[in-house]
Design a binder for this molecule. Structure first.
Ligand SMILES: Nc1ncnc2c1ncn2[C@@H]1O[C@H](COP(=O)(O)OP(=O)(O)OP(=O)(O)O)[C@@H](O)[C@H]1O
Ligand SMILES: [Mg+2]
Length: 450
């Protein structure tokens, strides 16, 4: 019942005043919290949502103006009403210029205050409605930082909406650069777990020998280098999200331990004799070959089902080309701001070329190509000449001829070869490492150098 009441936070260092207001407003049916100290009030505001903040102007320490300023940051939707004595009206007006909703004179009758409170609450509801309306309009082509209006991306937005605060594990699949991490962050930020941390662990980038102690933590003396206790990343993600990138690269012994974490909801650090409860939601990613990893016996099927309570598949960019113009404009806007370079759009024939290209590196490749073009561009509009040949579909030179002509070192040749293979395979790292006869971790390192 209490939650249904309108909530007011009253701040005044005169405790008698707090008491008086609390009595009167309670009598009017409001739920009132009082605080005699504006720093404490700010803390309360961070933790709880109020319909109105009613604050005194002159207080010891942080005064009403400072509190207003901070409150605008932490609770932008909560209207602030300033209470003031007659002599400080000028400051009260200044407060209104700074975004206070209204002010009331302490000497006024209480019904004046009640009236202002009621108006402030209506104002807040209206503001909320406008925001949700705007969100709904925007969500047609954008969800948080994810841009795209193709049916497949809209389905992704709907799934994230549907997940809401639910804590189920989620598996995101899709080729490299399709936005898996971006989507994972949007899921985290959309639910109440945003109050906790988003901890990202790339299972392919951490050596097998380290990943266990990184994830689970250890007790001092658990092994030679364990000089003191260390909290594992799973603990860091308590009440938040643990993002396990490239989950198929997780060593098998650890897969069993992870399964136990999910089932028992507890973690035992290395060298410890007891387990500790944790509340994490796992979002993991994999490129599409997770099924073959299972068939080959490299990935536990039971873990797979625990991880993909909900699965989200991000299609490659070449299968949702209608998103390209939108993404191009988004990247032009953000990059031109970063580079402080005045570039506002792209010419039709350049865009046409981008639409024809197959984007093996997906959105990441598109972002890089736009960024590169913006560095080279001499005009306010990006033109075909600003883009590399392979995008504009002119025939490139044979790699080996080019290597001989330009006297490539072995390293250079290898890198070019890897690049070509990544393009050929649509960014499938497992396939590329097979073709090259190197393991995935080595390939990963090379790609990083690239
Ligand atoms: N729909 C999108 N809207 C805007 N930016 C996007 C979108 N998809 C991807 N990006 C951008 O492209 C880049 C790659 O995205 P991200 O890192 O999420 O891909 P990924 O699927 O995790 O790739 P990988 O498998 O290589 O780790 C990032 O800079 C991201 O911001
Ligand atoms: Mg990623």
């Amino acid at each position: 019942m209490k939650d249904k009441l309108h909530k007011i936070l009253v701040v005044d260092d005169d405790l008698k005043m707090c008491e008086l207001l609390s009595d009167i407003l309670n009598g009017e049916g409001y739920s009132v919290t009082t605080s005699g100290n504006s720093l404490k009030a700010l803390k309360i505001l961070k933790e709880e949502e109020f319909d109105v903040l009613l604050t005194d102007l002159k207080m010891k320490g942080m005064d009403g103006i400072d509190l207003l300023d901070e409150a605008k940051q932490v609770a932008p939707l909560t209207p602030v009403i300033i209470m003031t004595a007659f002599g400080t009206i000028e400051t009260a007006i200044k407060a209104m210029k700074m975004g206070a909703y209204d002010y009331v004179l302490k000497s006024d009758q209480m019904d004046e205050l009640i009236l202002v409170l009621r108006r402030a609450m209506e104002h807040r509801l209206l503001k909320k409605e406008i925001i949700s309306l705007r969100r709904r309009l925007e969500s047609d082509y954008r969800f948080y930082d994810i841009f795209g209006k193709s049916p497949s991306m809209k389905k992704v937005y709907e799934t994230i909406e549907m997940i809401g605060d639910a804590s189920c594990n989620i598996l995101i699949t899709g080729e490299s650069g399709t936005g898996k991490e971006l989507v994972a962050k949007a899921i985290h930020n959309h639910g109440e777990r945003k109050e906790g941390l988003f901890i990202a662990v790339n299972c392919a980038a951490i050596p097998d020998t380290l990943i266990e102690s990184e994830l689970f933590g250890y007790k001092k003396g658990a092994f030679t280098d364990a000089k003191s206790d260390k909290r594992g990343l799973i603990f860091e993600a308590d009440e938040g999200t643990l993002f396990l990138d490239e989950i198929t690269e997780m060593p098998q012994t650890l897969q069993a331990k992870l399964l136990r974490v999910i089932e028992e909801k507890e973690v035992r650090p290395l060298g410890d004799t007891v387990s500790y409860p944790v509340d994490v939601r796992i979002i993991s990613t994999s490129n599409r070959d997770i099924k073959s990893s299972i068939e080959e016996g490299k990935f536990r099927e039971d873990l797979y089902y625990r991880l993909k309570v909900i699965d989200i598949e991000l299609p490659p960019l070449r299968e949702r080309k209608e998103d390209i113009p939108l993404l191009v404009q988004h990247f032009i806007d953000t990059i031109s701001k970063e580079m402080k370079k005045k570039i506002s759009g792209i010419s039709e024939d350049a865009l046409e070329a981008l639409l024809k290209y197959s984007w093996p590196g997906n959105v990441r490749e598109l972002e890089n190509v736009i960024q590169r073009a913006m560095i080279f561009s001499q005009t306010e509009t990006l033109l075909p000449i600003d883009f590399p040949d392979f995008v504009i579909q002119k025939k490139g030179k044979n790699l080996l001829d080019k290597a001989v002509q330009e006297r490539y070192s072995f390293e250079q040749l290898l890198k070019e070869y890897i690049k070509k293979m990544m393009i050929e395979t649509g960014g499938n790292k497992t396939k590329v490492s097979e073709i090259l006869g190197i393991d995935r971790k080595t390939l990963y390192r090379k790609l990083k150098e690239l």
